[in-house]
Design a protein around this ligand. Structure first.
Ligand code: FBP
Length: 705
């Protein structure tokens, strides 16, 4: 046979069909890049003006007034259309500008569209305007590391996820020296305005930079970004000004799609519990949205746990005339018991599988852990202050850190417990924790002084406790797998046995339920035999009938888990249509604020919870929203993180559906299939479910719209 020669790979690579399918640019990317999102009505006018409004008020912190005097009296500004306008206004609006923009903190889908919106609006007003992208986050400002944005750059990043056009970083401009360097850069670049796209800490930074550069006439505008969804703004009367930060919807949809796939997988091979940790450093907004999107069997909401009150303990204590403070707030042990309860109940109806969603920041809401976090934060901050070095550099190894804490405990005891921040009891409790968890609690805080929950294996800690407790419940005969009565009958009949004779001997609920549960006293082959012998169903020397042994073995649950972390993947996903439109309009709003000469404001879209035609671009004053909070062991002015409101409609809906979604009853599960993010086509939902629900009036006096 003649030798068959392969075509040279170079020839294959040149073929158009090969080039087409291996190109970086596929149809989805082409569609995304060419799309210009819808604009809020107001932006169809040639120019826009800002209208200050007193309708919204804030409780101003004295310290904020002292530290941010030039921007503390800023008001909420509504973007309105301007069709005419006097000459001075037009000249000012249309002048050529130099604007710098930076991403700060973790990526969030939609960031590129903020830049695109700003770029399009600025270039429309004046094609000579230059926009610089600061590279690698705030370090780019400190080190004057920029690229000039061009049409081509913008066009290749429209509607695309990630922050890779200019990249991001977590440096905080939090010292006088860094502030001065940032100012030098802005002046060197002759910037008219600096735009900071970031979360609560970065918008805090924006306010301080606005104050710092106020006299230089350099405007600073913030943009609410974070997948965590914890940048939400209400005024002091609870009016919603910014319902959600951008990126939240896309990340939640991306997590939900993957988790929903697990729901369908686990209910098919019925052998795994999937433990899904989802991002959200502190607040559980993402977990809540995922619950609404997927109807997973169990979803923990941190905010709900901290609110927990153990009524039984309180009543017990009342009997002895005392108060049991440990009844307030959930402990890790108690939480693991609650999870076990759900697992045991599902197993009883033959479902030894399921999906549990755990928010990344859940530990923040567990009292006992929170105490450790606060104590360790203070100890490390005090150490850094008094030694003028860094705790983590001086004690790089876990053993060294633990030894340092032990010394503190001993020292406290020698002083009669007068050094109370860390005593021997703390030390004992801390040493009870698994090593990897201790290490997690002792990891370095991020540049903002935040505890890095993403580095702690929260799910592992919790599921370790769950597994231990399930073993106890198994030994007690409580954790069992329910056997379908039909299967039981068929199996026994096949061996010629009468199921109705053996049923009451073996099961505690024979003739009562579709799923049969072995009696609690039957926890092994030996105890199974004892029961049969005791009731006379089996002779002393006889062997257990194979069909009964088979049924028993099937009733012993095998608790198997698969753990997953949903975070960076969703954070890097391409934005949903909602986020594309939201962020593009945020970019347009940023320019509206800049062109109207304002500073120290955060661009936002009011009415996001309503249909698009009601969206209202606004500027929110950052300084009046700030308050004092403990950071790195010191009080600092920051923006408050918004956590899940357990009185909100969204949370109440999830709570009311808990039983239904747990589905601890015969029959199928109640999973929902959200499907993947769809940029094209008409089936993509138009906003997060949390927003839809929270837009429903939550007050029995007000009529429901
Ligand atoms: P931002 O607040 O900066 O948007 O980041 C939030 C987040 O995505 C959290 O959900 C997560 O805890 C954290 O980033 C992870 O941080 P890192 O990127 O430093 O690992």
């Amino acid at each position: 046979m003649p030798d068959k020669k392969d075509i040279a790979i170079e020839e294959i690579l040149k073929k158009p069909e090969v080039q087409k399918v291996t190109s970086n640019v596929n149809r989805e990317v082409i569609e995304r890049r060419k799309n210009i999102p819808e604009m809020c009505e107001v932006f169809s006018s040639p120019r826009v003006r800002l209208k200050e409004t007193d309708e919204f008020s804030f409780e101003i912190d004295r310290e904020a007034r002292r530290q941010l005097p030039s921007i503390i009296d800023n008001k909420v500004e509504i973007v309105t259309s301007e069709t005419a306008g006097d000459k001075d206004f037009i000249r000012q609006y249309d002048k050529a500008r130099r604007i710098g923009i930076v991403f700060s903190g973790g990526p969030a889908p939609g960031g590129h569209n903020v830049i695109a919106g700003l770029y399009d609006a600025a270039r429309k007003a004046n094609p000579d305007t230059i926009i610089y992208g600061f590279q690698l986050g705030p370090d780019g400002i400190i080190e004057n590391n920029t690229i000039e944005l061009t049409n081509e750059l913008i066009d290749t990043h429209r509607n695309m996820g990630g922050f890779y056009m200019i990249k991001t970083g977590r440096t905080k401009i939090d010292t006088k020296q860094k502030m001065a360097l940032a100012r030098v850069t802005c002046k060197k670049l002759k910037l008219d305005a600096l735009v900071i796209v970031g979360g609560d800490d970065s918008n805090t930074n924006a306010a301080f930079l606005a104050q710092e550069m106020y006299k230089d006439g350099i405007q600073v505008i913030g943009v609410p970004k974070t997948i965590d969804g914890d940048v939400q703004v209400r005024d002091s009367k609870g009016n919603v000004l910014c319902a959600i930060s951008f990126g939240f919807h896309s990340a939640a949809r991306s997590f939900a799609n993957e988790i929903s796939n697990l729901c369908s997988d686990c209910s098919s091979d019925v052998k795994y519990w999937h433990i899904c940790k989802v991002m959200g450093r502190v607040a559980s907004h993402l977990a809540l949205e995922v619950a609404l999107q997927t109807h997973a069997n169990m979803t923990l909401i941190g905010e709900d746990l901290s609110d927990y009150v153990d009524k039984r303990r309180i009543t017990e204590a009342q009997k002895t005339g005392t108060l049991d403070f440990s009844a307030y707030g959930m402990t890790l042990r108690h939480l693991s018991r609650m999870i076990c309860d759900g697992i045991v109940r599902r197993s009883a109806v033959g479902k030894n599988y399921g999906v549990i969603v755990i928010p990344e920041g859940v530990l923040e809401f567990i009292n006992e852990i929170q105490v450790f976090i606060v104590k360790l934060n203070t100890i490390i901050a005090e150490y850094n202050n008094t030694h003028d070095t860094f705790f983590h550099s001086d004690y790089p190894l876990l053993e060294d850190k633990i030894e340092y804490l032990r010394r503190l405990g001993r020292h406290s005891e020698e002083n009669g417990g007068s050094i109370t921040i860390w005593n021997t009891r703390d030390d004992d409790l801390f040493n009870d924790l698994p090593d990897f968890f201790k290490e997690g609690l002792l990891t370095e805080r991020d540049s903002h002084g935040n505890f890095q929950f993403s580095l702690v294996e929260t799910d592992k800690v919790l599921m370790g406790l769950v597994t231990d407790y399930l073993n106890i419940l198994m030994e007690k005969g409580i954790y069992k797998l329910g056997i379908d009565v039909e299967y039981y009958k068929k199996t026994l009949k096949n061996e010629g046995l009468d199921p109705d004779y053996y049923g009451p001997v073996l099961f505690k609920n024979y003739n009562e339920s579709q799923f049969l549960l072995f009696k609690e006293s039957i926890i092994s082959i030996k105890t199974l035999k004892n029961s049969l012998v005791k009731t006379g169903a089996l002779g002393d020397e006889a062997n257990i009938p194979p069909s009964i042994e088979k049924i028993y073995k099937k009733s012993v649950p095998n608790f198997r888990t698969q753990t997953h972390f949903y975070g960076y993947d969703g954070r890097g996903s391409d934005p949903t249509r909602f986020d594309c439109t939201f962020t593009y309009n945020l970019g347009l709003t940023v320019f509206a604020l800049i062109a109207n000469g304002t500073t120290g404001q955060m661009a936002a879209i009011k009415n996001l919870e309503q249909e698009f035609s009601k969206w209202m671009p606004i500027g929110i004053p950052i300084a009046p929203m700030m308050h004092l909070e403990e950071r790195k062991g010191k009080l600092a002015l920051v923006l408050e993180k918004s956590i899940v409101d357990i009185n909100s409609v969204a949370f109440r809906v999830v709570k009311a559906n808990r039983e239904k979604w747990l589905a601890a009853e015969p029959g199928s599960d109640n999973f929902r299939r959200p499907g993947p993010i769809r940029f094209t086509g008409k089936s993509e939902e138009d906003r997060p479910i949390t927003l839809v629900l929270n837009a429903i009036k939550n007050d029995c006096q007000s009529p429901v719209p």
